[in-house]
Design a protein around this ligand. Sequence first.
Ligand code: AN7
Length: 354
Amino acid sequence: MTGARPWQGICREFRDILPPVPDAAVVTLLEGNTPLVPAPRLAARIAPGLELHLKIEGQNPTGSFKDRGMTVAVSRAVAGGAKAVICASTGNTSASAAAYAARAGLRCAVVIPEGQIALGKLAQAMVHGARVVAVRGNFDRALELVRTLAEDGTAVVVNSINPDRIEGQKTIAWEIADALGRVPDLHALPVGNAGNITAAWKGWTERDRATGGGTPRMMGFQAAGAAPIVHGARVEDPKTIATAIKIGNPASWRGALEARDASGGVIDAVSDDEIVAAYRMLASLEGVFVEPASAAGLAGLLKLGASGGLNGAAVAVATVTGHGLKDPERAVQVSGAFETVDADLDALRRAVLA
Ligand code: AN7
């Protein structure tokens, strides 16, 4: 592709639909423009005749969709003269905040639930030089503390309660529609703090108002042990192996309900076993390695497909939110053993052909 204009990142590519960012303040790692990859083998497992595409957000610079919103939030923090940013996080927000803060020359503090974030994400926050503080409590408590701590204005909160995060993340709707040449019938994604489903729905509705084309039904899926929106009640002690979405009191709860109801969609729960099954199918049938939480959207489509709950949808897009290497321990754990042999040709032949 000679002569193609180089991609300039979310703030510059989507300037027309984002809050103002002076060019000199833009902090970018050229995030966005992630691939939309057809997934025919997985589609066949969901429903006969379904066309399915994966929006692979793990290919953003820090390996998750958070970069889309973080570039806007950190750039606007810089424009406003901030010296520091802070977030509570199940891991990906902290990885993204740490990287963009490093690039901006801002101090960054990340507050994580002790022992509950995947190793790759912790490594990212540490290597980018963030002040990492683990609290003896869950994500919901960590976010509550961060909100209160930041009330005095010493640091800008870059969780998705910061509207600039939502603005940046809404851009996924334009990228999907452009790559697909149409608006999908369904847009499936995992739901944790519910910022992403809120942002995607904002994108779809704004795009529809500007250019037409309609909106998809939003299909959000929570982990069964962390499904406050599905049950209509806070979960005090959320439980799931999908640590990214182990959240019991989502900050954007109302946005998620609005997305569900206005789009004619659903927010449903999937069990950890269903999440792991979808995670393994993505890797083994499609060659796409995501972290467990990212497979919740597909787990949900598989579940609804099996019960006839997709109402004859023809085209589905699933956002797969984070890279598989974020949580290598889980991949090893669910994949069984490998063999070790003597450094000997016969032994190797036996093992390879077994
Ligand atoms: C891979 O990093 O909440 O519903 O603090 O990392 O917008 O919260 C991460 C969430 C899905 C859910 N997939 O998105 C955090 C954090 C992955 C994630 C979600 C997250 P939201």
